[in-house]
Design a protein around this ligand. Structure first.
Ligand SMILES: Cc1cc2nc3c(=O)[nH]c(=O)nc-3n(C[C@H](O)[C@H](O)[C@H](O)COP(=O)(O)O)c2cc1C
Length: 376
């Protein structure tokens, strides 16, 4: 067989040879593999891999990949599911170039598709001694290396994290592992003296959720039936179409709260409403209030953003605080020691595309150097 055909066959085997073929046997001892990504967790920044050992370990993934600093692992594709289509092969001298459209399912069960162009150089013995791997690196990074992130653009996560109510997927369970992963990120938020004086209670037990949902609905009717004052929060204009849509969505959540896969009740140590025991009852000033809420809300919002980036939705609700003691009794929270932040339904969202949340522009809220002259 002529050398050109041999080299082309070696490239064919490299991609489509039997599963038990050790691809390292097609390479020379001092082989080099360039792939330009620089994102392998075990070798950050490295774009060229040298020698069979390094290539076997890092590129071909013989050893399980270590966790990335954010706790995620690379979601490798399952070789048993790979397919190469639209294969083009060109050879000349010691070089063979092959381009194909590669598709596979990842170990995490997601679809992966990418275009690869590989240039191979062979030595005199017909072994590969240099590989240049050209591929859609962004596509690979987002699908394989970022792990199961639904929204990878951080700015977009900030702009498109709405209060999800009607688009909470009530049928799809929420794995505890995703909650733990997001909490692992959330705990890095700032908090007073780094005491982390919070706890996050997650409820996935149906009976408990039913009890909490009943409290939520009871609190809602308390709120609707409350005595009104002149202040703005008692006089919100609900006649517009946007306000109507919110009201409909709020009613939907109230009706389905018990069906949401997980309800989260974050709490923070120390009461600032005067109901704390002993001397602590004095700690009601804005200083103490800001310190308490500021020690839980940043972590909570980080948690909600991390969920959103993974395709889960939440809604900030505070109505249960009207009946905070009832919730404390259901969950066994020592009421005199902890304040609740609210109740946060968590579910996968139906679809991942959300509009940018409608807000007035920042220019309306920014003041430089002086506030005087402002009408509230
Ligand atoms: C402090 C606070 C309390 C809230 N309380 C409730 C609530 O009890 N029930 C509810 O359905 N939504 C509640 N919301 C959600 C707001 O209605 C929602 O953020 C607002 O309408 C804007 O909608 P969007 O976030 O989807 O753009 C609350 C939000 C905040 C920040």
């Amino acid at each position: 067989m002529d050398r050109q055909q041999q080299l082309r066959d070696a490239v064919g085997a490299f991609f489509e040879g039997p599963r038990d073929l050790d691809r390292l046997t097609l390479m020379s001892d001092d082989v080099e593999w360039w792939n330009g990504l620089g994102k392998f967790p075990a070798a950050p920044g490295k774009t060229v891999f040298v020698g069979k050992d390094e290539i076997g370990r890092l590129v071909l993934g013989r050893a399980p990949s270590p966790r990335q600093p954010n706790g995620r692992r690379v979601d490798r594709y399952d070789l048993a599911t790979m397919k190469c289509e639209d294969v083009r092969v060109i050879s000349e001298g010691d070089f063979v170039f092959r381009q194909h459209n590669y598709s596979a399912t990842t170990m995490g069960g997601r679809d992966y598709e990418n275009v690869y162009g590989f240039l191979f150089r062979f030595d005199a013995d017909g072994l590969i001694d240099r590989i240049w791997e050209h591929w859609g690196t962004l596509q690979a990074w987002e699908t394989l290396f970022q792990g199961p992130l639904a929204v990878t653009d951080f700015d977009l996560v900030l702009q498109t994290t709405p209060s999800v109510r009607k688009r909470l997927d009530l049928k799809r369970p929420v794995e505890r592992s995703v909650i733990e992963e997001c909490m692992n990120l959330a705990v890095h938020a700032p908090n007073g003296s780094n005491q982390q004086p919070y706890r996050f209670l997650f409820v996935d037990d149906h009976k408990r959720k039913q009890e909490l949902a009943d409290i939520y609905r009871g609190a809602m009717s308390d709120f609707i039936g409350r005595a009104r004052t002149e202040s703005p929060e008692d006089n919100i204009d609900r006649s517009g179409s946007q306000a109507q849509r919110i009201a409909e969505s709020v009613a939907y959540l109230a009706d389905h709260m018990q069906d949401v896969p997980v309800l989260c009740i974050p709490i923070v140590a120390g009461r600032t409403d005067g109901n704390a025991p002993g001397d602590q009852a004095e700690r009601t000033s804005v200083f103490w209030q800001a310190g308490r809420w500021g020690s839980v809300v940043p972590a909570l919002w980080s948690f909600m953003l991390a969920l959103r980036s993974r395709g889960l939705g939440t809604a900030w609700t505070t109505l249960t605080l009207i009946r905070e003691q009832e919730v404390a009794e259901v969950l066994g929270i020592p009421y005199e020691k902890f304040m609740q932040v609210g109740m946060f339904p968590i579910a996968h969202t139906i679809g991942l595309d959300f509009q940018i949340t409608p807000r007035r522009p920042a220019t309306e809220f920014i003041r430089w150097n002086d506030y005087r002259g402002e009408e509230i």
